[in-house]
Design a protein around this ligand. Sequence first.
Ligand code: ACM
Ligand code: ZN
Length: 745
Amino acid sequence: MARIIFHCFFFVFLLAVTSCTETSESDVFITTVASPGIIPQPNHLVTQDRWLVIDPESGVYADSLFAQEAAFLSTYLNERGISSTLQNKPSSAQFRFTFSTELPKEAYEIECTNDQVNILAGSKSGAFYAVQSLIQLTSQAELKEKGISMPAVTLKDEPRFKHRGMLFDCCRHFMTVDFVKRYIDLLAYYKMNVLHWHLTEDQGWRVAVEAYPKLTEVGAYRTELDGSVHGGFYTKSEMQDVVAYAAERHITVIPEIEMPGHSSAAIAAYPWLGCTGEQIEVENEWGVFKDIYCAGNDSTIRFLEVVLDEMCEIFPSEYIHIGGDEAPKTRWETCSKCQKRIAENELEDEHHLQSWMIQHFVNYLGAKGRKTVGWDEILEGGLPEGAVVQSWRGFDGGIKAAQSGHEVIMSPTSHAYFDYPIKSTDVKEVYSFDPVPEGLTPTEEALIIGGECNMWTEHAPQERVDFQMFPRLLAMSEVLWTDTSNLSEKQFFSKLNREYADLRAMGVAFGIEAVPVTVSPIQMDGAVSVQLLPQIQDAEVQWKLNSDEVWSGIEKAPMVTADNELLVRTLRWGESYGDTVVIPLSSHKALWTDIQLPNGYSTYYTGGGDKALVDGVRGTQDFRDGRWQALQGDDLVAEIRLDTVATISSLSTQFYTYSNAWIFMPTQLKVEVLNEAGKWQSVASVENPLEVNDRRQDVVKMVAQFDEVNAVGIRVTAVNRGICPDWHDAPGEPAWLFCDELVLR
Ligand code: ACM
Ligand code: ZN
C-alpha cells in the first residue's frame, strides 16, 4: 500500500519549513506580450512583443498528416466563438500546419509572421503539442477582455523525456470512464503523454476478462466496514474507447496488472489462484496482504497469461506494467507448490521465485513485442532480463537498474506521490524533481526514459482527485518536459498564479501549493503559545481559540493557559485557502522543562524535536502531523527535571494506535517521581485500555493518577509491545509507539 503503511518507513518525513515563494508584488506575472505563460515552459520561446489578432473567421490549414490535430484547434476556436474552419489551401488560412522531416518526434515550431501562424512538426504528436501551446496562448484569461488575440511568438520546442506520465489508481476508488477521459484531457493540455492505468488491486479488480467472469462479478466489489458496497469495472469496449480517446490526444495508456501481490480481489474471485486455496474476501482495508498469487501453480501462471493476452489485445502500448511491489512471501514459504518450483529451478529463496515469475512474464510479453515494467522490488531477487524498472522507494532502484542496462521510469515517493498530503510533497518539492540522479554515465542517463506522478486513491474518491493532483501536476509536467536549463521556479510560480483562472474555467477543483502557514511552539512562562508563519505568497493567516467568537490576525500571538483548541485559517485572494487547521493545546506543569529521552526518538517522526513532549502542542488524528514522537521497537522513556518543586497528582498523555501502520498502544504506562531528597519513587502504572488485537485507527488517552506528591522530577516509561503480533500482516516486525505531550498536573 505504501501509501500509508510502508511509505512512512521508507522516506524521511520532512516537515520542511518551506520558505515563502520569492516573488514580490512587482514580480507577479502579468500577461504582458513579453512573457506568455505556457506550462510546461517551452524550451525556446521568443516573443515578438506584439499581439496577433485572431480573425473571427480564421481558417486552419494542415497537411493531411495533421488533419486530426488541426481539427482539434479548429474545434477549440469554434468553442471560443471563432468560426474557424478547416481550409484546403494554405493561403486562405491563418493557422498553417506543415510537416517537417527535420524535426524529431514530439518536436514542433511556431512562427508568427504578420497575421499568420505557421506550425512545423515532425510527427502528429508534435503538431498536437503545437496546438496545446496555441490553446494556452489564446486561452489566457486576461485575453477575454482584449478580444481574441494571442502574443505573437517564435517558438521551438521538444520534450526532455519521452515518458511523461501519471499513474491513476482506479481500484482503491473506482473512477468512471468519463472521469478517466477528463484526466486524459487535462494531461494532454499539459503535454503529458502516458496514462498508467492501475487496474487490479486487493480492493477491487477493474477489468472484464471474458474467460474469468468472476473477476468482475466478485472481484470488482468490496463490502465496506459500514456495510455499503463500493466497486465497478471497465468492459472491453469501454477500455478500447479510453485507449482511442487517449490516442487522439497522443496519450498512451499503459495497463497495470499487479502480480504477485496486491491480488486479494482476484483470489477472492478464484481462490485457487492463491497458495492456500481458501476463500478470502475482496479487501476493505488499506495495506499489504499475505494472500498473493501462487507462483508454484501452473494454472495461476496460465490465468495471468490469459489476462495479459486480453490486455495486449486492448492496449497497444509498447510497455505493459505487471506491478511486483509489496508482495509478502509468507504464503510462498509454506506452500508445497511454490517450494517445488524453487527446488526445480534451483532458486535461492522466495525473492528469487518472484524474479523467476517476473522473468516468465517479461519473456511472455516480450514474445508479443511488449516491454514489461515492474516496481523497484523486482530488483530484489535479481533483476529479470529485459525488465523496465519504475523506481518508487526513492531513486536507488532506478539507479541500480540503469547501471545494469535497464530502462527506468522515476516516480520516487519524495517528489511524485500526489496521494501524499501537501505537507510532505508541496509544489516546490515537485518542481525540484529531476528524474536523472547525479553520478550516472551518459549511457545510463539515457536509460531514464522519464517519470510519473502517482495518484493512489485509498484516500481519494473521485471528487478528491483534483485537489490532490492540482496544482502539483503542472509542476510535474514542466520538469518532465522542459530542459533543466530552462526551468525557473520563480517564473513557474508566476505562471501558476495566472493559470488558476484557466483551471477554474476547465472546472478543476484544485488544491493548494504548500502548507499555507507553519505553527511553531514558542517558549513562554506558564502558558502555551505558538508562532504562525505564512508560507505562501499573498496569504492572510488568521486564528482563534475554540472559545473565541472573532478571528485575529497574526500580529498578535495566541496564548493558552489550560486546555484549548487553536483554529488557524488562511485566506488568499479573498477566498479560504486549504482547510482550517485545528491544533489542540495544553498548558501544564512540565511545559518547556528539561527533558531527556534516553532511548531517543525516530528521525522519521521527529514530533517537533527534543521538546515535543513538553511544548504544549498536542497531536491530532493525523499521525503524520509532526506532533507525534515515535520510536520503533523500543520503549519511550522521558526523564523530566522540573524548574522548581511542584505538587503533582497526574500525568496524562495520548498514544496513537493503528495496527495497519504498525503503530500500537504501549502495554503499560509507568510513572516515577523524583523527590527533593533525590530519590526516585514509583507512583503509578496504567495498563493498555485496548484489547491486544484492536485494529482501530485512533488517538487513545492514558491517565496516571496518584496521591499528591512534591516532586523535582518525573520519569515516564511507555512500554513498547516490541513486535507486531502473530495476527498482524507483519508478525515479528518491530512495532511503532507514538506518544504525545506529557501533560503533568
Ligand atoms: C507502490 O507505491 N507500492 C508502488
Ligand atoms: Zn504457492
